[in-house]
Design a protein around this ligand. Structure first.
Ligand SMILES: [Fe+2]
Length: 319
């Protein structure tokens, strides 16, 4: 799969993840969980969609529609209307107005495994929310806080932004070609199975010299396992915020799955939870940032599922 190492022409360029959409039978229950997870509900648009934001500048990062539990779609921001027009032309469809809050325009597509993908341009930015925690740390060699005590509130974490989505796919090469050719993505880590089959890809956006998250998308393929949503991850303020936020979720009786630990690939400190219907949802902080010049790395499954510190992954995490 040598061509995964070379950025190639693409119809458009993704600049970041915008939002994810789920379906659940009880929007009030979802709202309560997400508030405990560290998000804030935005004003009801009257369209039956629960929308939650973080403290960052995205108008919303998580949507829920009423229905059977499940993952519905993800939205990626592309650079501009020209990117949308190129995608629409290739799909033989039209660019649509985005009807939700934040506006902008969109192109809706379906990837080879049936995952619904929206490309978005022109969605509004909003003022960040107040009430951010004290980020200043005194670590060896770098003193940031003098003259004030650190006090961490016993409260939900402060979700800042959507970080990444992980999907199980049926054919890695086909999936990679579909996403690469539309969104101009880059590979951070290529994970090989013992037989050298491509087992997973950790994928980031190409913003040139501007550093971006080590992975915005992660595709994994296990022979015999059908395509399915694996998890969505939201960045929180810092380690204190992640720990206090986890204690809050535990006190509320929510289902914890794995953490706290530090991943190897991407290096972020992670903590995995389940929403009331079992959708896996991650708090993370302190991840790696790469610009477009960082070359791809080839690695193996134990490295992908391993950790630098923290508990071992539950046996069914990869499946
Ligand atoms: Fe993750």
């Amino acid at each position: 799969m040598a061509d995964t190492h070379i950025p190639q022409n693409a119809l458009a360029k993704a600049v970041d993840l915008e939002s994810v959409r789920f379906s659940a039978p009880d929007l009030q229950q979802m709202q309560s969980f997400l508030e405990d997870f560290g998000m804030t509900a935005i004003a009801d648009s009257g369209d039956g969609v629960l929308r939650m934001r973080g403290i960052g500048n995205a108008p919303f990062v998580h949507e829920t529609i009423e229905g059977e539990p499940g993952f519905v779609s993800l939205a990626l921001a592309v650079r501009d209307l020209a990117d949308l027009q190129a995608l629409a032309e290739a799909e033989g469809i039209a660019v649509e107005a985005e009807p939700g809050p934040g506006g902008g325009q969109r192109v809706r597509m379906t990837d080879p495994d049936g995952f619904q993908v929206e490309a978005i341009a022109g969605r509004t930015r909003v003022p960040p929310l107040h009430g951010t925690p004290n980020y200043l740390w005194n670590i060896a060699g770098r003193r940031e806080r003098t003259g004030e005590p650190k006090r961490v509130a016993s409260a939900p974490a402060h979700v800042g932004r959507l970080g990444h989505v992980v999907l199980g796919v049926s054919n890695m090469e086909r999936t990679w070609e579909w996403w690469r050719s539309r969104f101009g993505l880059l590979i951070s880590d290529e994970v090989r199975a013992p037989n050298n089959d491509l087992a997973a890809l950790f994928i980031r956006c190409d913003r040139g010299d501007e550093p971006v998250d080590h992975h915005t998308l992660n595709f994994a393929s296990i022979p015999g396992v059908p395509p399915k949503f694996h998890h969505v991850a939201f960045e929180v303020a810092d380690l204190d915020d992640l720990m206090a936020g986890g204690a809050h979720l535990a006190a509320k009786g929510y289902q914890h799955e794995w953490g706290v630990g530090r991943h190897i690939l991407g290096s972020q400190v992670f903590d995995y939870w389940r929403d009331p219907w079992g959708h896996r949802i991650e708090h993370w902080t302190d991840g790696d940032l790469f610009d477009a010049h960082t070359p791809p790395n080839v690695t193996d499954l134990p490295t992908m599922l391993g950790h630098q510190w923290g508990p071992a992954a539950p046996v069914d995490f990869a499946a």
